[in-house]
Design a protein around this ligand. Structure first.
Ligand code: FE2
Ligand code: FE2
Length: 142
């Protein structure tokens, strides 16, 4: 299953887009390995590879929400936690038994979460951050 970042996922905030592209790449590698590889250790490593960058990315967004006093930060951070819990649960399910049904579940849940979270919550955050930036620039240029 090809999973690629598309322009339509852009939040308009450069560092968010850059990090989302990396997340898409890592998720794509995991999905690809689930489809084609039979080496269990490799797939476990790819789960961890995705998880480590997701943690890093979520921290960046959460720090920016704290810094700017973004009102949706609790709900947004809650979705991040949910993703990490889902990822951990899928990884341990996979380690017990790598069934085809599970592989499809991993593909669906993770890819859908990404597209839906980026398309809704991250885009809203991006719009807020851009507005904050514009306000700040207006003050600096006065
Ligand atoms: Fe987010
Ligand atoms: Fe994000």
């Amino acid at each position: 299953m090809a999973l690629k970042w598309k322009e339509q996922y852009s939040t308009g905030v450069w560092w968010q887009d850059k990090q989302h592209k990396e997340l898409f790449d890592r998720l794509g590698m995991l999905l690809d390995a689930l489809e084609h590889s039979r080496v269990r250790e490799d797939i476990s490593t790819l789960f961890e590879y995705l998880e480590s960058y997701a943690i890093r990315h979520f921290s960046s967004e959460e720090a920016s929400m704290e810094r700017t006093g973004y009102s949706g930060r609790r709900a947004h951070s809650g979705e991040h936690r949910r993703f990490l819990q889902e990822l951990a649960a899928l990884k341990s399910e996979f380690e017990e038994a790598a069934t085809l049904a599970l592989i499809i579940k991993v593909q669906r849940q993770l890819a859908e979460w990404f597209v839906s979270h980026i398309g809704n919550m991250d885009k809203s955050l991006g719009a807020f951050l851009r507005a904050q930036e514009a306000k700040h620039e207006a003050v600096v240029n006065c």
